[in-house]
Write a protein that binds this ligand. Structure first.
Ligand code: AMP
Ligand code: GLY
Length: 422
């Protein structure tokens, strides 16, 4: 089977690395990919958000399945685009349609969905310019800290957590005035949940579902979770506090009602659901839904899956995922994200990456990298995720860190405390 994977990050390198191991695969194209995906498939110059371009490529290259890495093409409706075009309607797209993707594309939509289906989540109020006074009154009723979320996609920057109520009111006004563009035309004010976060991943065909290994991601740029939010600085799987009892609650109170809720609402959903959870005194609450795999969580979750991923995707497309099961590697996988100096603020690109041939006992997943002639150079903020297996977290981390030292580029930075709190 010929497959096109859309995207260019560490998640896409992890997905393509895994798919490339399948006997069911003939050709794997990655659009646009990075220097790492070029090692396991063929990179093609495609913009995942230019659906006409994707369609032409698919037809010209006899692509038989499209796997969508990032959320943006999904939220923009790539699945519906395929279904509505007779030449490509038969080609399965792994990822939800536009309505399903709204679980990530609109915080308000996700909150309404959770309340409708009794899925545990923080209390909230949706505010627009029309009911801003209600918003102020809602804030008055809450205790600090105050959580404000731009309803739409805001490149991971649309969530503010503020200690001071006056600041919260000012920020609410600023968001409604366009601080995050149209994404903030509606603002969701939420109760603050205090606990430990983790990420749970589900693959579903809309009926059956498989719960993939869970992971913990480290979002802040600085050690001890200080400083600005990033896309993720490292991850660990499994997560020790997510024991059998906790995961049973996740399945019964969150995963099953989510899949059943989608069906009740007549939302066809074939793809990944990424559930961001908070464990509040051992009880899981949903912080957010994403409609794709996580990054850097993919770099620890995917290596732990022993089952053929292409076979699972085929089952998702055919609607017989219920017949499939998952085989998981019991070992721990950790990943340490090496980033460009300055990230998540401004940073330089084009730095030559050295030491890639000197790594050992690890999987080097590329994120923002590309070829410049024969050299591999940096091409983004998050550059390389160094993943490693270990019989325990300490052994895995030792290998991730040993190899993060070996890989070099100007102004490289990584957190030295991934997994230390677990
Ligand atoms: P989100 O984009 O909704 O995942 O929010 C980004 C981050 O803000 C989350 O990963 C949490 O760390 C934090 N956060 C979001 N909502 C809440 C909440 N209701 N209570 C506490 N922390 C939250
Ligand atoms: N690591 C968080 C995300 O992928 O959104």
């Amino acid at each position: 089977m010929n497959i096109l994977l859309l995207g260019s990050g560490g998640r896409e390198h992890a997905l393509s690395w895994k798919m490339a191991q399948s006997d069911l695969l003939s050709k794997l194209f990655i659009g646009p990919g990075n220097a790492g995906t070029a090692e396991v498939g063929t990179n093609v110059q495609l913009n995942p958000n230019d659906f006409d371009e994707v369609k032409n490529f698919v037809i010209e290259n006899s692509v038989e399945m499209v796997v969508v890495g990032p959320e943006e093409p999904l939220v923009r409706g790539i699945k519906d685009y395929f279904l509505n075009n007779p030449f490509i309607a038969h080609i399965p797209v792994i990822g939800p349609g536009k309505t399903g993707a709204t679980l990530e594309g609109s915080k308000e939509f996700a909150k309404k969905f959770m309340f409708r289906h009794n899925i545990p989540t923080a209390g909230y109020l949706s505010v627009t310019n029309k009911n801003i006074d209600e918003g102020f009154a809602f804030l008055e009723k809450l205790n600090a800290p105050y959580v404000l979320k731009a309803d739409g996609l805001a490149a991971g920057k649309g969530v503010l957590i503020l200690d001071d109520i006056n600041e919260a009111k000012e920020e609410l006004k600023a968001m409604l005035k366009g601080k995050f563009g149209d994404a903030g035309n509606t603002v969701v004010i939420e109760e603050f949940l205090s606990g430990i976060e983790l990420s749970v991943f589900v693959l579903t065909d809309g009926h059956g579902y498989l719960i993939l290994p869970e992971a913990k991601d480290y979002k802040r740029i600085g050690e001890n979770d200080e400083g600005l939010n990033t896309g993720g600085m490292g991850a660990v799987s499994p997560v020790p506090f997510a024991d059998e009892e906790f995961m049973a609650k996740v399945k019964d109170c969150i995963v099953r009602p989510t899949i059943e809720g989608l069906r009740e609402d007549d939302i066809s959903y074939k793809g990944f659901v990424f559930i961001g959870l908070m464990s509040v005194k051992g009880e899981p609450y949903v912080i957010e839904y994403n409609v794709r795999m996580g990054d850097p969580e993919s770099e620890v979750v995917i290596p732990r899956i022993k089952t053929d991923l292409v076979d699972l995707f085929k089952a998702v497309a055919a609607g017989n995922l219920k017949e499939k099961s998952l085989e998981i590697d019991d070992r721990t996988v950790t990943t340490v994200m090496m980033v460009s100096g300055g990230y998540p603020g401004s940073y330089e690109k084009g730095k030559k990456i050295g030491g890639l041939d000197k790594t050992s006992d690890c999987i080097v997943f590329h994120a923002g990298t590309k070829y410049d002639g024969d050299d591999v150079v940096t091409n983004g903020g998050r550059v390389i995720a160094v993943s490693a297996f270990g019989d325990d977290k300490e052994k895995a981390l030792a290998l991730s860190y040993k190899n993060a030292e070996v890989i070099t580029f100007d102004k490289k930075y990584y957190r030295k405390d991934i997994g230390f709190d677990l």
